[in-house]
Design a protein around this ligand. Sequence first.
Ligand SMILES: [Zn+2]
Length: 433
Amino acid sequence: MLLLAFSFSALFVSGAAASTVEGLRLWRAPDSTRLVFDLSGPVEHKVFTLRNPERLVIDIQSSRFSASLNELDLLNTPIKNIRYSEKKGGDLRVVLDLKELIKPRSFALAKQAGKNDRLVIDLYDLEKETVKTVQTITQSKQEKRDIIIAIDAGHGGEDPGALGPNKVREKDVVLAISKKLKKIIDEEPGYSARLIRDGDYYMAHKLRRDTARKAQADLFVSVHADGFKHASARGASVFALSQRGATSETARYLAQKENEADLVGGVVLGDKDDSIVELLLDLSMNSNLAISLEVGDKVLKQMGRVAHLHKREVEQAAFMVLKSPDVPSILVETGFISNPQEARNLRSSAHQLKLANAIFAGIRDHFTVAPPEGTWVAWQQRGGGKIQHVIARGDTLSAIAQRYNVSVRDIVQANKLSSTQIRIGQTLTIPAS
Ligand SMILES: [Zn+2]
């Protein structure tokens, strides 16, 4: 009888608290490395560093380890090796042998949005701060600056985004489109692009907006390819922020799914959205929203030339990633990855390029008409870049055209000439070649 009581209570203790580490994933971001433990249940944990040699120790209470360590790619991370030991009493110790000093931060993510309990360990790189400041200063001092487009590839890292047939993942598709878009923009005179994320790691919505603001972006474009409840849903769409309701059921659904990304991707306390943003929104949001809707409309029209459109108007919903008080922001759904035909298209590099070209064509349509002050494009629009040629004796239109490497037709058009006759002393505007 005594024996029976004893074994029962021992079973109860371990059964109540025991958890298993079922998987381990690693994501490298530009300034940090994220290690994610998949758990069968919630755990208590403790993290501390040891010197000589450098190590990070992660103690997890009442846990077993049954994850594979073989598939982790430690290249370009501060981690040399990962090992673990299951201690007497049932606790688990995981040790990271480090190549360099790091600043650790850890937090638990409770089971939510289809993901198990997770333990997140972030290893922040030391140094590097000064470089960024210098870049920002030189940029703001430029006289005829570029129009800056911040390109935000949705999801990443822990958050794969929507999943399509044949394991197509939204996070990969949108990063590929974003990289193509950046290349197109950087090649256009007067424009330059910044990728908000340029690898496979997660960034909080707030951090995405802050990064765009720090880059002094004139426009924030979030690129997505979400899924829908029904595989038949198809077509590209463009969204702007709504502070009230959503313009359609699909818009509401997509915004809700999108906003869940912070839960799936793993967001640290400091990166959470705060209410100050909400306050600022009301003050300056109106003019930004008007610009967002205008750009969105131009982008949608251009996308209609290369893809089926889900709706002919820019839709609005409460997307958190679009809540920048001072940067016009749009979200482009390049298609529904849940639709087999569109998933196939979205995977094709040629189609990705078409989409990227269309997105930029729309952006350019907007900024050609309404360039921000102080930009090269605005200066061009005022004729700043063009050469004035005063006709001298012996000049002919074809000789002038040849000299400036433009066609006669271009000169005639630029000066609205009714004939090819010119006179001495007349001033001609030479268009850019
Ligand atoms: Zn998405």
